[in-house]
Unconditional design. Structure first.
Length: 209
């Protein structure tokens, strides 16, 4: 009789231990599922935030200013010297860009050259890069750009607040500054997408003059 009772108790104990083990395993699985959900949700939030930030930072910025444009004198790829004062009485667009190695930047200037509207409107586009002639000339030749580039050591780019507006903190982004015939800044636009349709650029600057 005692043996039978002992066997019964052992079975009950075994069942209880099995139930407890199953309960613990179930709890572990539930915990793992919860952790997985939390990690997944966190990753989704992080990715969404990065995408949102990327879209925000890549948006074009547009500002209208009415201040005296900083004066400058720079050497060009043609071996000449250009001063902002040379264009007094004429509208000028300064095109700041990343320069050598940036195909989109040079293609932008090539597109501007092909649009006769700038010359017809009496607007001169001056591309400015932080390069030497030896560095930038191969890019100009590759895209067939004829306009001499102004060679900046960073002083002019900094004066116009263009540094760090693109992918590199120490270089200009992809932007334009409109200066009227009186030497007044009328508009500045930055385009991290690395392109602005020349016709849109022309329409924009004409509306600011």
């Amino acid at each position: 009789m005692a043996t039978k009772t002992h066997t019964t108790n052992a079975r009950q104990t075994a069942r209880l231990q099995l139930k407890q083990e199953l309960a613990r395993e179930k709890a572990k699985k539930a915990k793992r599922r919860l952790i997985t959900r939390i990690v997944t949700a966190t990753v989704v939030i992080i990715v969404a935030s990065l995408v949102a930030y990327g879209l925000w930072s890549a948006r074009p910025t547009d500002s209208t200013a009415a201040v005296q444009a900083p004066a400058f004198t720079l050497k060009t790829t043609a071996g000449t010297t250009v001063s902002l004062s040379d264009y007094r009485g004429k509208a000028v667009i300064l095109y700041f860009n990343e320069g050598a190695g940036c195909g989109a930047c040079t293609q932008q200037m090539a597109g501007i050259e092909k649009d006769p509207g700038f010359a017809q409107a009496g607007i001169t586009v001056l591309p400015i890069v932080m390069n030497t002639r030896a560095q930038i000339q191969p890019d100009l030749d590759s895209f067939g750009v004829k306009t001499p580039y102004l060679l900046d050591d960073g002083t002019v780019s900094k004066a116009y607040g263009t540094l760090g507006k693109g992918m590199h903190a120490g270089l200009p982004g992809h932007g334009f500054v409109l200066i009227d015939g009186a030497g007044i800044e009328r508009w500045q636009g930055d385009y991290p997408s690395m392109w602005l349709d020349p016709a849109t650029l022309l329409q924009t600057v004409k509306s600011k003059l």
